[in-house]
Design a protein around this ligand. Structure first.
Ligand SMILES: NC(=O)c1ccc[n+]([C@@H]2O[C@H](COP(=O)([O-])OP(=O)(O)OC[C@H]3O[C@@H](n4cnc5c(N)ncnc54)[C@H](OP(=O)(O)O)[C@@H]3O)[C@@H](O)[C@H]2O)c1
Length: 427
């Protein structure tokens, strides 16, 4: 093999970042000088592009690209489910290694792709799919291989972390903070995948698969976004010693997998509480390593391209070494597992209740929670909204199903006007 030839699917934010590195190998890993960007697949040949590519390599024939016998590594950074999934499968069938940053495809079809890759003796590498520039996939597969991994906690979506940081620091409401994120290019015009928690759910599904070697059914990942959070909740959280973050979590509970994404009150002393703006961070818990936190830029052209090209270098190294199948580069995740139902999750809760301002209401709340076995850490009337009392309840660790039964009962009380917010609390 003369040069290692790369076929790039997509020349958008990430693809342009990847191409820029491949075209400028000076001072980087020596293997990069051994590669050639052979073809670049896009939707439109006429779109203006900032990057100057070698003549004739841009194409709209994506099938031709993945079937080109001269291409050794296919890099998929086009996004979306189809045709990305089919093109990755075709590349594998052609015996090509694949590097992708496509978390949506991996979270839904990872098992199918990894199985196909194993059968063909090729790799599907995906460092860019989670955490942007943070090396997280390779540490999970390689450097932490000695550990029994027990838990993953992450702030894995920069858009929502930026919005929450703005809401907290500048006292903005959700809509204003989202508009700021959009004006700075941190949120898409259609921000639903980010603010509804779906992007974070894709990422925690991938991480849980790798950390625990289990099959995660993407649709079963419990997912709650940040759209319902009001500035007053962030203020109360701060007074109680917390910051609110969109937390992605996966942990073993016996034979079941507890996997979920939701806004969470995190104690200000926890390292994740100080992760601000578009930064991402992931805490891995393992035996015997203890807790390891990795933090960095979670998205963007440069950071994501850094991760994608790192994968390309890894594959190139195995090609040059002419070695057999490298077990640490392949992915596992074959064992079926039961997802822990949300009712069985044990967590602490924060809830804000608006009630008529009359004696005995706090006692009524306490009695109802007590009847359902929900023990309370604090019940405080912090403020008022017009004529209504605003009561903030923080529970101890309780069974989620019991908490919701109590809350349904409380909702029926004549004095209870609204329960605007329920958030989980990390401890
Ligand atoms: N942006 C980030 O910071 C980031 C971070 C981590 C992971 N990712 C992942 O990386 C992937 C790419 O994201 P991106 O932000 O770079 O996307 P993007 O800016 O929208 O670029 C997509 C590229 O793919 C091409 N493309 C898309 N669909 C196509 C189709 N059906 N046929 C031919 N070409 C097609 C587009 O062609 P045209 O140029 O002709 O339109 C464009 O060049 C996604 O899976 C995303 O989740 C992105």
């Amino acid at each position: 093999m003369d040069k290692i030839n790369i076929g790039l699917l997509g020349l958008g934010t990430v693809g342009a970042g990847v191409a820029a590195i491949l075209l400028d190998p000076q001072g980087r890993h020596p293997l990069l000088a051994d590669m050639a960007l052979r073809r670049v697949g896009v939707r439109s040949l006429h779109k203006p592009r900032a990057l100057h590519l070698p003549a004739g390599i841009l194409t709209t024939d994506l099938v031709g690209l993945v079937q080109d016998p001269d291409i050794h590594i296919v890099v998929e950074v086009m996004g979306g489910l189809e045709p990305a999934r089919s093109l990755i499968l075709q590349a594998i069938q052609q015996g090509k290694h694949v590097v992708t940053a496509n978390k949506a495809v991996l979270a839904r079809y990872g098992a199918e792709l990894w199985q196909a890759a194993r059968e063909k003796g090729v790799y599907v590498l995906m460092e860019g799919a989670v955490g942007g520039g943070i090396p997280i996939i390779h540490p999970l597969k390689q450097a932490l291989g000695a550990n029994r991994l027990t838990r993953i906690l992450g702030i894995v979506n920069g858009t929502t972390n930026f919005i929450l940081t703005q809401m907290e620091a500048a006292g903005m409401d959700f809509a204003a903070a989202l508009a700021t994120a959009q004006s700075l290019g941190y949120a898409e015009a259609d921000p639903r995948a980010d603010v509804d928690g779906e992007d974070a759910a894709d990422k925690i599904a991938i991480l849980a698969t790798l950390a625990f070697g289990v099959q995660v059914v993407r649709d079963e990942v419990y997912c709650e976004g940040i759209g319902g959070i009001e500035p007053v909740d962030l203020q109360y959280a701060e007074r109680l010693g917390f910051r609110v973050k969109l937390l992605a979590l996966a942990q073993r509970q016996g034979e079941a997998l507890d996997i979920r994404v939701h806004p969470t009150l995190i104690p200000r002393s926890h390292p994740l509480a100080s992760v601000q703006g578009v930064q991402n961070a992931i805490v891995l818990g393992g035996d015997p390593v203890g807790e390891v936190m990795l933090q960095g830029p979670g998205a963007g052209a440069g950071p994501t391209a850094s991760a994608v090209v790192g994968d390309i270098v890894n594959v190139a190294a195995t090609l040059r070494a002419n070695s057999g199948y490298h077990p640490l580069l392949g992915a596992t995740g074959a064992i079926p597992t039961r997802r822990l139902p949300m009712d069985e999750v044990h967590t602490r809760f924060y809830t804000r209740v608006l009630t008529q301002d009359r004696p005995g209401v706090i006692g009524q709340l306490g009695t109802s929670f007590g009847r359902h076995g929900v023990s309370l850490e604090s019940v405080v009337q912090i403020g008022r909204q017009e004529e209504l009392a605003e009561i903030v309840v923080v529970t101890h660790q309780v069974r989620e199903g019991d908490f919701w039964l109590a809350l349904e009962e409380i909702r029926q009380f004549a004095a209870v006007m609204a329960i605007p917010t329920v958030l989980r609390v990390w401890s």
